[in-house]
Design a protein around this ligand. Structure first.
Ligand code: MG
Length: 181
């Protein structure tokens, strides 16, 4: 017998957490590094020991969009970004990560929620996010159809220690709050 439909009301709020990391390698063709994208905005390539590097990934390797996508999917208990968009699927090779974010937002709405706010942090030695924060917030907000005041981004370094601090990786964290529509 199929389970009876749930009569429990959906909670008023749901919260989701997203995390992502991409290795940084010399830019193609010397390595597999791609141009650095954060929140859909292209940044200058970090230079590590005299070599320009960029994130390695199947898609455009936008760690910030991937973390936000997983925060939204996690908040509604949906499969994660790796399950929905497997990295062996040729459709997403070199793809724009906007597609992942937009699908997550579509699923949020289909589940009966709207996005209250998003807060994201990128951890990267350089370049600095600070001077371009407004641009990144506006980019992510536009993809989600939100006012930019509902999207916040922050940049941190890893104090020159461990992989991120040594310029070998870029990391992003995000939380999303959903409100029942
Ligand atoms: Mg990723």
């Amino acid at each position: 017998m199929p389970p009876a439909p749930s009569t429990t009301p959906q909670p008023s709020f749901r919260v989701g957490l997203g995390y992502d990391l991409h290795r940084l390698e010399p830019l193609a063709p010397a390595g597999k590094g791609r141009p650095l994208m954060l929140g859909g905005v292209r940044f200058e390539a970090p230079v590590v020991e005299g070599v320009a590097v960029g994130p390695v990934g199947h898609s455009d390797a936008d760690a910030m969009l991937h973390a936000i996508t997983d925060a939204l999917l996690g908040a509604i208990g949906a499969p994660d970004i790796g399950q929905l968009f497997p990295d062996n699927d040729p459709r997403h090779e070199s793809g724009d990560s906007r597609v992942f974010l937009e699908e997550a937002a579509r699923r949020v709405r289909a589940a009966g929620y709207e996005i209250g706010n998003i807060d994201a942090t990128v951890v990267l030695e350089r370049p600095k996010l600070g001077p371009r924060k407004g641009e990144v917030r506006a980019s992510i907000a536009a993809m989600l159809g939100l006012d930019a005041s509902r999207v916040n981004v922050k940049g941190k370094t890893h104090e020159r220690v461990d992989a991120v601090g040594e310029g070998r990786a870029v990391e992003a964290h995000a939380v999303a709050l959903l409100i029942r529509a």
